[in-house]
Design a protein around this ligand. Sequence first.
Ligand code: NDP
Length: 322
Amino acid sequence: MSEGGKIILVTGGTGLVGRAIQNVIESNKNENEKWVFVGSKDADLCNKKSTEKLFEKHKPTHVIHLAAMVGGLFHNMAHNLDFLRKNIHMNDNVLQSAHENNVVKVISCLSTCIFPDKTTYPIDESMIHNGPPHPSNYGYSFAKRLIDIQNRGYYEQYGRIYTSIVPCNVFGPNDNFHPNASHVIPGLMRRLYDLIKDGNTEDKVFTILGSGKPLRQFIYSLDLAKLIIWVLREYNSVEPIILSVDESQEVTISQVAETIAQAFNFKGKLVYDTSAADGQYKKTASNAKLRKYLPDFQFTPFNEAIKDTVDWYIQNYDQARN
Ligand code: NDP
């Protein structure tokens, strides 16, 4: 790396999004940049001392802060307090250590699922704080919203450009496929694969929790990684920016289940368990701000990205987070 170059520390570098950035940066290297990817084995970011040591060791000039306690609807509902406290601790430790170590830019991660429950659609960057989040994930949501408040504080008091990105639902290789703690796509992949591993026959019944009717936007982790690298290199504002597929690319959960079933070449029948919770009916986000900067960005078609992820999962089942 040349003098005056960037040292980019990626927290959560071992997770779904972190690994996607590692993958994309391999073919998009910039002489001027040194990338350091860290996970929980490198430092416990809930602990300030451990976080400080990490910053002392790597001396980053830039931070992409992805580390978080993350989970799907049912995991959130059962552990709201843990989601609130762990994420508040991690975010405060990373942002304050970045400030103390003169880091010039921090990009932290919010999510479209932290927006107000009662709102108008599509949601945009100006609406984050306009009302309480859905009760199912209030802990995660309030912790994430505080990042934006804190970023504004660092700007007001110290002129720092610490910003945030707001991805919609992410999926891809290296996701968490744990049956009780995963998001909808990896959760469905895991359960379907378990059902057919020992025989993909016509009498098999695949049960999907909920009505299948809720609408969601999903971004492929490799597309998100490209956009995060663009934010690092080109986007210089404290204001959050939504990183989502277009509104026209929103899909129902039943479309998701069918696409996954096709990718596995599932021969049996899909059934919906309508006694299970659906969560928010929709959370349609507008990517108009992103499109102003990158009107021509091509998102990977949903069925292609699902097929790639299923193929990865089958090949890597033994090492995947199950
Ligand atoms: P993952 O669950 O895949 O990865 C979480 C990462 O955080 C891992 O690298 C993990 O390390 C690290 N981590 C967790 N706890 C600690 C800790 N105490 N100290 C240090 N590191 C820790 O998350 P994703 O890649 O899915 O998410 C990345 C970011 O994107 C998060 O901020 C999330 O809120 C946000 N986001 C995710 C969405 C999604 O659909 N997945 C949607 C919108 C936003 P280790 O591997 O060692 O456990």
